[in-house]
Design a protein around this ligand. Structure first.
Ligand code: EPZ
Length: 438
């Protein structure tokens, strides 16, 4: 039960305290969500360990239950254990309230087509960070033989038999790649995805499905062609599995930027090994020091020498392994506390700078011109009541609050609870004066 479920929609922070200590990193939201959807394909009981205790995961579990699956969430120290039994799955219509609440529900389409041959779902719609169309999802499913009718705001997809195809994605969409993989696992014949997304969460989905008996060759995802090959198998060949969810690279990156901004020395335990390179590269270029332990499972950031923290001239967000769009807002907040100017180009989403107006209210010198934000750091931030408009922007406001003079209250902090399991507890452990409420 996350604190946000209790309706505590604000976070209170007393700023200007550096951070120190060590905290473990939670399970990955963006790895767990598609793997939960993939459980729909497996006629039996699957067990996922290390799932984060966040509202988006609860929403996906409710969605699975609405199809007739039995879902149990058992809290455990190292993240929740979720058991999914899909033997009685029979409902192909997905409730609008869950799909509208969490647009990544759309990856259920591929799994439902693979399992039931039919799915009825409302358009997930855009959100504050952009339009977020699903044309590439529908393109891929149609290439696999699904018939798709658009009825008002609803999509009705039906597939008598899914057939393997060659699908060349014009853009390596994470969600579209996941939907195509899920529908192709039990299709007749072989599917080749070209220009597939190669984020770690895609690889984890392939590993999970292969452990359940699927035949996916994902090594080609790292080639320039970005090639993932799925050899279709009979549904009955898929079997029950248990799987450990990897930890969350975006949550780890958020805490690294929080320490860069507030100052201090922090160690993050149980990080996803090898997935933070682009983030650590930027943080060291901004003047902090980074050290990994022997097996790469822990990272320590040293950001005590404040006069050394500087902005680098230009960063753009790009697909993995480049700098991730999900850390663009936390970077903006950290850049406010560094000397000099940073230009950030957002290349993935159409409007992911909404948080800038809140940072400006705290006194930050940030301007936005279309998809380019320009931050001039070094100014003192003032504590204010600010509004989280979405998940990662909300986390960025917490970072700004850690650095501002006086008290900052982040309202609508329920958005943050969608992806951060213990942001208040974690930062408290690191010495921040932070609590729920206002
Ligand atoms: C996933 O979203 C993540 N969500 C996002 O994280 C992340 O920002 C994004 O990938 C990029 O890495 C989950 O994994 C649940 P995309 P997704 O399809 O799949 C356009 C967070 O904070 N596009 O790669 O929606 C789209 O509009 C969230 O955890 C189309 O045009 O990302 C966007 O501009 C936010 N047509 C771009 O591609 C399509 O059919 C990237 O979208 C699909 C996407």
């Amino acid at each position: 039960m996350t604190h946000f479920d209790k309706g505590s929609e604000s976070i209170w922070i007393e700023g200007k305290r550096s951070l120190s200590g060590r905290i473990p990193i939670q399970g990955s939201k963006n790895a767990a969500l598609p793997i939960l959807a993939a459980c729909m394909l497996i006629p039996g009981k699957c067990v996922l360990n290390g799932c984060p205790d966040i509202t988006d995961i609860k929403c996906m579990c409710s969605l699975l239950k609405s199809t007739g699956a039995e879902v149990d969430i058992n809290s455990a120290k190292a993240g929740n254990q979720i058991t999914i039994d899909t033997r009685n799955v029979r409902e192909h219509r997905l409730p609008e309230k869950y799909v509208s609440a969490m647009r990544s529900s759309v990856v259920m389409m591929g799994a439902m087509l693979g399992r039931l041959g039919e799915v009825y779902v409302n358009y997930p719609g855009g959100c504050v960070i952009g339009e977020r169309p699903i044309n590439l999802h529908l393109y891929g499913l149609e290439k696999l033989g699904a018939q798709i009718w658009i009825e008002g705001n609803h999509i009705h997809a039906y597939a008598d038999e899914l057939k393997g195809a060659v699908i060349d994605l014009p853009f390596p969409s994470v969600g579209a790649t996941q939907n195509i993989i899920l529908a192709a696992v039990t299709a007749q014949g072989t599917t080749i995805i070209k220009n597939a997304a190669r984020e770690p969460e895609i690889i984890e989905l392939c590993k999970f499905l292969n452990k359940a008996g699927a035949k996916i060759d994902y090594a080609g995802a790292f080639l320039p062609e970005g090639r993932i090959v799925i050899h279709g198998i009979e549904l009955s060949r898929l079997h029950e599995v248990s799987y450990e969810i990897i930890t969350d690279r975006i949550v780890a990156g958020t805490y690294l930027f929080a320490t860069l901004a507030a100052g201090g020395e922090v160690t993050l335990e149980n990080i996803p090994i090898g997935q933070l390179d682009s983030i650590c590269d930027i943080i060291t270029r901004m003047g902090a020091m980074i050290a990994l332990n022997e097996d790469g499972s822990e990272v320590t950031i040293y950001a005590n020498e404040r006069e050394k923290i500087i902005n680098i001239p230009y960063i753009e967000t790009q697909v993995y392994p480049a700098f991730p769009t999900d850390l663009q807002s936390p970077l903006l907040a950290a850049a406010c506390m560094a000397k000099g100017q940073l230009k950030v180009q957002e290349k993935i989403f159409t409007s992911r700078f909404r948080i800038v107006e809140e940072l400006r209210r705290m006194g930050a010198d940030v301007t936005v011109e279309k998809d380019l934000a320009v931050v001039t750091g070094g100014r003192e931030l003032e504590g204010r009541t600010v509004i989280a408009r979405e998940l990662r922007g909300g986390a960025a406001l917490v970072i700004a609050g850690l650095c501002a003079s006086g008290i900052t209250t982040v309202a609508d902090a329920g958005y943050i609870g969608r992806g951060y399991q213990n942001i208040v507890e974690d930062l408290t452990k690191l010495g921040a004066r932070i609590r729920y409420g206002n």
